[in-house]
Every structure is written in structure tokens, then in C-alpha cells.
Design a binder for this molecule. Structure first.
Ligand SMILES: Nc1ncnc2c1ncn2[C@@H]1O[C@H](COP(=O)(O)OP(=O)(O)OP(=O)(O)O)[C@@H](O)[C@H]1O
Ligand SMILES: [Mg+2]
Length: 261
């Protein structure tokens, strides 16, 4: 089967009052692939994610999910999309409820969406704990009783519990120790394969985005300045801003190749 776009964005713009935050954004994300969105702080990355999960409404332009425009979704389709599109945030400590155990955090979406009886929900959550590399005894823990890496594993499990097709990863490892980052990145990679997930990976870190993404868009001040296959963007960046991003990477970490090791 030929790949088809799971997500398509057409001429999307978003203004806050008289300020343009995103301007004329267009791209599509093929099923089963990772689309990387890279750009400096304040360039509009999280705003774009919020538009995709329908937390914000575009000023103009369209977003299609599985071929249907978000503004045309029926109530039932909206409900379905709320399960199919999930987001993982930068800071798992802020995004997890401190008064909920891991078990409650994972079971809650299943209860809200009326999925399964108690036994089926328990099975689903323990099987998912294993998938994200957490032992069953973590189920009774509270967020403050977990390490940063474990917390992000819980946040990933929560995003997966409703069996979504599309995950928006907004700086998923930026808050973690460098030593833990690679573990979470590899977990995300394995889960994508195992569960046939499509990712939008948002980061200011071009080496991370390059490592995981099939295609990359470079966002600068609310506009996409370059879109290319991951390899092409890295080996022959066209836009001066992309070249500047690569150069700063090289000066921080040696050559781009070394940066990826
Ligand atoms: N709730 C808000 N009210 C007003 N302005 C906002 C709000 N959220 C974001 N902005 C502004 O919108 C612009 C884009 O912000 P956004 O959070 O999308 O950037 P970002 O690329 O995600 O940045 P970062 O890398 O720091 O997370 C910024 O100028 C920001 O100040
Ligand atoms: Mg952001």
C-alpha cells in the first residue's frame, strides 16, 4: 500500500491579536513516519502542536487528520481523534498529577473513554508498563517517588494507553539528564516500530530530530524556512538559518557526524 498522509496541514496561520505567531505553514506527515519540527525558542513549535490537538483554532488554513478537516469533524469523530492523537510534553513532572499513582494515571483515560472492565484495564496497564520498561511494582508509586526518566516513561505510557495512531512529542527529552535521554529516545524508536505509530517530533535540538526523523521542517519566527528529507537537510542545507543551526551544532559538538554518535 502506498503511504498516505495521516496529517496534512495547508496554509495554516495563527495570530495572537495583531501578532503573527505562525504564517502559511504547509506540510504532511505520512503514516508510520517521524516528522521533525526544529526551531529556536519562541518560533511557534508548541503553538503548532496545540493547533493540531485542537486546543487552539487556526486564524486561517486547514488541518486534516486521516483526510478529514478538523473543523468538519462530527462529535463522534472528535471523540475518536481525542484518543488517536496524543501528546508527550517536555516536563513529565508538570504533566503528571502529583496526587495520582502510576496506576490511576494510566487507568483514568480508559475509564473516561469507557474502555474495558476493571480486569481488562488492569491487564492493559500492566502490559503497557512492561512495554515502556517499568516494573509492575511502579504501579503504586506517585510521581515524586520516581526518577525523571521513569516519570517520562509513565507520561509515554499514558499517551499510549488509548492505542493512538499519532503522537506529538514536544521536547520529550529536554528535561532529562543527558545519560537518560538516549534510553528514552531508543524507547520511542522501538515503540514506534512495535505499535506502527506516526510521530511529530518537536525539538530545538537538530541532532535529536535528525536521529529520529524521516523528514524535517525548520521553523524560524513562525515560518517554515526549509523542509527536506532528514539526510538531505543535514548534508546540504539550503536556507541560511538551517546552515546556522548546523554550524552551531558543529561548534558545540564537533562535526555533525560526531554529534550523532
Ligand atoms: N498563552 C500565550 N499567550 C500569549 N503569547 C503566547 C502564549 N503562548 C505562546 N505565546 C507566544 O507565541 C510565540 C510562540 O510560542 P511557542 O510556545 O509556540 O514557541 P516554541 O517554539 O514552542 O518555544 P520553546 O522552544 O521555548 O518551547 C512566542 O512568541 C510566545 O511568546
Ligand atoms: Mg515549546
Amino acid at each position: 500500500m502506498a503511504p498516505r498522509p495521516l496529517v496534512k496541514i495547508e496554509n495554516l496561520s495563527f495570530w495572537r491579536g495583531k501578532t503573527p505567531i505562525l504564517q502559511d505553514i504547509s506540510f504532511s506527515i505520512e503514516e508510520g513516519t517521524t516528522f521533525g519540527l526544529v526551531g529556536e525558542s519562541g518560533s511557534g513549535k508548541t503553538t503548532l502542536a496545540k493547533l493540531l490537538i485542537h486546543l487552539l483554532r487556526p486564524t486561517s488554513g486547514k488541518i486534516f487528520f486521516q483526510g478529514i478537516s478538523l473543523e468538519k469533524l462530527s462529535k463522534k469523530e472528535k471523540q475518536k481523534m481525542r484518543a488517536e492523537v496524543q501528546m508527550v510534553f517536555q516536563n513529565p513532572y508538570a504533566s503528571l498529577n502529583p496526587r495520582h499513582t502510576v496506576e490511576t494515571t494510566l487507568e483514568e483515560p480508559l475509564i473516561i473513554f469507557g474502555r474495558g472492565n476493571k480486569k481488562a484495564r488492569q491487564e492493559a496497564l500492566f502490559s503497557l508498563l512492561e512495554k515502556v520498561g517499568l516494573s509492575p511494582d511502579k504501579a503504586k508509586r506517585y510521581p515524586h517517588e520516581l526518577s525523571g526518566g521513569e516519570r517520562q516513561r509513565v507520561a509515554i505510557a499514558r499517551a499510549l494507553i488509548l492505542k493512538p495512531t499519532f503522537l506529538i512529542l514536544d521536547e520529550p527529552v529536554a528535561a532529562l539528564d543527558v545519560s537518560i535521554q538516549a534510553q528514552i529516545i531508543n524507547l520511542l524508536r522501538d515503540l514506534q516500530k512495535e505499535l506502527s505509530l506516526t510521530y511529530l517530533l518537536i525539538s530545538h535540538d537538530l541532532s535529536l530530530v535528525k536521529y529520529l526523523s524521516d523528514s524535517i521542517a525548520v521553523l524560524s519566527q513562525g515560518q517554515i524556512v526549509e523542509i527536506a528529507d532528514s539526510d538531505a537537510l543535514y548534508t546540504s542545507p539550503q536556507h541560511p538559518y538551517t546552515q546556522q543551526l548546523l554550524a552551531s551544532l558543529a561548534s558545540l559538538l564537533g562535526t555533525p557526524e560526531e554529534a550523532l554518535k
